[in-house]
Write a protein that binds this ligand. Structure first.
Ligand code: FMN
Length: 305
């Protein structure tokens, strides 16, 4: 028997495989493919205060070893979530994390206050890659001051576990990890998508209606792994690794670099069972190599190099 669990403070997760926001719907979309309750946790699709239409089509494009998206946080808002989605997820025997997004700090605060009352939601993942209207559209997560403020304000009203999801579109991601830790984040998850673009040469137009969009998939894995390693060596709070994880071997790289858990994103579009296959693969690796607890391999390269 191998212990696969990890904790964020006093919140226990039975294993280190979670799903990444925006790539796993609200879980129930995957019920036909896997037992969602086997996962360590699920991070729900990004939710905003008001419904959002998202960006115009085309808003997805394939690129070598990756994909670009500019979905634009399309969702039906928190009222719809509470009424129609929440009742569908309360029976999952896994931790459920809400990913929240806003244009103003007040949006994040209002959402956090609402989520406080939802017993089944054990944690919030703060998506700070959203454009901050008051800062002229610069993302909260690319400005230290606004990353700090939004974390502080949400922390002051939210009593569950607070995960801050970091943007890779910055010069030094470690600075961001440190300030959100100082402001009371219980955990950081990284990375969100990398800003990219593609052009359709045939019709001489950008491939996305928004011109630029977020790059995800295997193409971003080496960058994500580097950032996770840097952050895990700089903060004391747990780190969740995200970015291009397609296999158990990819997930193990993140754990060896210092992440205590991983989120599976784009891989679920290619194989809806990717998350549970990765979970099985991690367990097999530990058994085969004689480890009894996943903690023995978390950050292994930092102790044995
Ligand atoms: C279609 C799509 C929608 C996404 N929506 C969100 C979102 O709502 N909130 C968020 O924090 N991240 C969102 N992400 C980012 C992913 O959660 C993840 O951080 C990123 O895709 C990198 O992981 P991957 O390479 O495994 O996909 C989205 C990604 C994709 C591809």
């Amino acid at each position: 028997m191998v212990n696969l669990g990890f904790s964020i403070g006093d919140l226990h997760f039975k294993n280190p495989v979670l799903t990444a926001s925006g790539t796993f719907g609200n879980g129930s979309e995957f019920d036909d493919f896997l037992d969602v309750s086997r996962l360590g946790g699920i991070v729900l699709k990004g939710t905003t205060l008001e419904p959002r239409e998202g960006n115009h089509y085309p808003r997805m494009a394939e690129t070598p070893s990756g994909m670009l998206n500019s979905v634009g946080l399309q969702n039906k808002g928190i009222d719809y979530f509470e009424k129609s989605i929440y009742p569908r997820i309360i029976n999952y025997e896994t931790n459920v994390i809400m990913n929240i997004n806003g244009s103003y700090i007040e949006d994040y605060i209002a959402l956090a206050e609402r989520i406080n009352k939802l017993e089944k939601i054990q944690a919030i993942e703060l998506n700070i890659s959203c454009p901050n209207v008051k800062m002229g559209g610069m993302a909260f997560g690319t400005n230290l001051q606004s990353a700090m403020e939004v974390t502080r304000e949400v922390r002051s009203v939210y009593s569950g576990k607070l995960i801050v999801k970091l943007s890779p579109n910055v010069t030094n991601i470690v600075d961001f990890a440190r300030v959100v830790e100082d402001e009371g984040a219980d955990c950081v998850s990284l990375i969100n998508t990398l800003l990219g673009m593609a052009i359709d040469v045939g019709n001489m137009k950008p491939s996305l209606s928004t011109v630029t969009g977020g790059l995800s998939g295997p193409a971003i894995k080496p960058v994500a792994l580097r950032m996770v390693w840097q952050v895990a060596n700089a903060v004391k709070i747990p780190v969740i690794g995200i970015g291009g994880i397609m296999s158990a071997s990819d997930a193990l790289e993140f754990l060896l670099a210092g992440a205590c858990a991983v989120q599976i994103g784009t891989a679920s579009f290619i194989d809806p069972q990717a998350s549970v296959k990765i979970l099985d693969g991690i367990e097999n690796f530990l058994v085969k190599n004689g480890f009894s607890d996943i903690k023995e391999i978390v950050g292994y390269i930092n102790r044995n190099n």
